[in-house]
Design a protein around this ligand. Structure first.
Ligand SMILES: [Fe+2]
Ligand SMILES: [Fe+2]
Length: 168
């Protein structure tokens, strides 16, 4: 959650500090997300976990961290109904993100595939898979609450399996 460890991580703040202070992005604090969270905190949690995982794996953690922060940059009133929101919010997040920053093609690709396989496009790079898995993990944690050790182990297993398949 924002105002935790990430606030003291200078490198993390160098990557996304300006976005965290952006007025429009801060409006996500008023958007409910997965019952127990708001969308701002959700995006920060996904982004900070992505930062740690990608850095550890020596991936392009700067692109992944920024894209992860912006992956759910949308507002409920931008959609007619829940189904439309679920299917098209990645594109809306990209559109909204481009109003406050520039996005590389890789960052766009990470955002557009974060709902795969439920919706969104298929991930094109390993950073996209990390954001997709981390988003699922954070979302489940928000829905169920608490510190889910067995879930974490399951996600870790899935993650390692994915990487092994990709690096074959
Ligand atoms: Fe999403
Ligand atoms: Fe998300």
């Amino acid at each position: 959650m924002f105002c935790g460890e990430e606030m003291e991580n200078k490198e993390y703040l160098q990557i996304v500090g300006d976005l965290l202070e952006n007025r429009k992005f801060n409006k996500l604090k008023q958007e409910k997300h997965h019952h127990n969270s708001n969308r701002f905190n959700h995006c920060v949690d996904v982004s900070y976990m992505t930062y740690n995982v990608c850095k550890k794996l020596k991936l392009d953690y700067e692109s992944a961290t920024k894209a992860a922060l912006l992956h759910d940059f949308f507002f409920d009133d931008e959609f007619k109904n829940k189904r439309k929101r679920m299917l098209s919010h990645p594109e809306t997040a990209i559109k909204n993100a481009k109003k406050i920053t520039t996005l590389s093609s890789k960052e766009e690709s990470i955002i557009v595939s974060h709902m795969y396989p439920i919706g969104g496009k298929m991930p094109k790079n390993i950073e996209s898979i990390v954001v997709d898995v981390v988003d699922d993990y954070v979302s489940l944690k928000e829905k169920l609450g608490g510190d889910l050790k067995s879930l974490k182990a399951a996600v870790n297993f899935l993650f390692v399996l994915t990487i092994n398949v990709l690096l074959r």
